[in-house]
Ligand binder design. Structure first.
Ligand code: ZN
Length: 259
């Protein structure tokens, strides 16, 4: 067990409902020191060339076909790089774009190593809250993820909405509505409160649990907890997220490890 001395928190342009102070207070409750480093791109103080190079790599890491693993980055065209540049600078949103999570991690790892090389050891944890939706390739396709541990660890505000599944019958009814050419918007109203929405006020509280998850993994190497009542449980369903991650607490066993 190695306890990080400090967790550095960054963000890009995450959901307006994400409150970094709330995340910091939550981690402080368990004795973890944090520092808010603000916008990750501003923090990195990149030259124009480095920024362009990051935009190129990011565009190459966009998943176009979810059934094909990105083992080698594709070569983007200039429109794609421009778009990515605008997203990096917050002039364009990242909605509807899925990135390969591991490439995202590599890109930020390289940029951080050029800026804060001495802080990349085990004593520190770098945690980036991003609006970007990312996935990892498993079982022959990409799956969207909320959290990806590593250096840095990434937490996606859109992943929280898109990755955990909605109730089974939601998809069943949706399929029926689409087949009969009906409006599906009504369905979201019917199921309101049973899944997390974009700019949901519950987002900060839920992401506190995911932030603890990233710190916990860094300390213990343990990815998730099997206890279905623990906020470190790997929720696959939106209803589980709302049940255990919202206002979530670790179970006694995890709490013991944290202490
Ligand atoms: Zn637990």
């Amino acid at each position: 067990m190695s306890r990080p001395i400090k967790t550095f928190i960054y963000s890009d342009y995450p959901s307006g409902s994400l409150n970094i102070s709330a995340i910091r207070e939550y981690l402080a409750r368990y004795g973890f020191q944090t520092e808010d480093r603000g916008n990750v791109i501003s923090f990195l103080e990149l030259s124009n060339d480095s920024l362009t190079s990051i935009a190129e790599i990011l565009s190459g890491a966009v998943v176009d076909d979810i059934s094909s693993d990105i083992t080698k980055l594709s070569v983007p065209n200039s429109a794609q790089v421009n778009s990515e540049m605008n997203r990096l600078l917050g002039r364009e949103n990242t909605e509807g774009v899925l990135y390969d999570g591991y490439w995202l991690e590599r890109i930020f790892h390289r940029a951080l190593s050029e800026r804060v090389l001495l802080e990349l050891g085990d004593d520190y944890l770098h945690l980036i809250f991003t609006s970007r939706l990312f996935g990892t390739f498993e079982d022959r396709r990409y799956h969207a993820r909320v959290v990806l541990t590593g250096v840095p660890s990434l937490i996606s505000t859109s992943g929280l909405i898109e990755a955990p599944a909605k109730p089974r019958e939601y998809y069943f009814i949706k399929g029926g509505l689409i087949q009969s050419g009906k409006e599906v918007g009504v369905l979201d109203e019917m199921y309101k409160g049973r899944f997390v929405e974009y700019d949901d006020p519950k987002i900060s509280s839920i992401l506190c649990s995911y932030a603890l998850q990233a710190v916990f993994y860094h300390m213990s190497g343990k990815a998730f907890c099997d206890n279905k009542a623990c906020c470190l449980y790997n929720s696959h369903w939106q209803e589980d997220v709302l049940r255990v991650q919202y206002e979530g607490m670790p179970c006694d066993e995890c709490l013991e490890l944290i202490k």
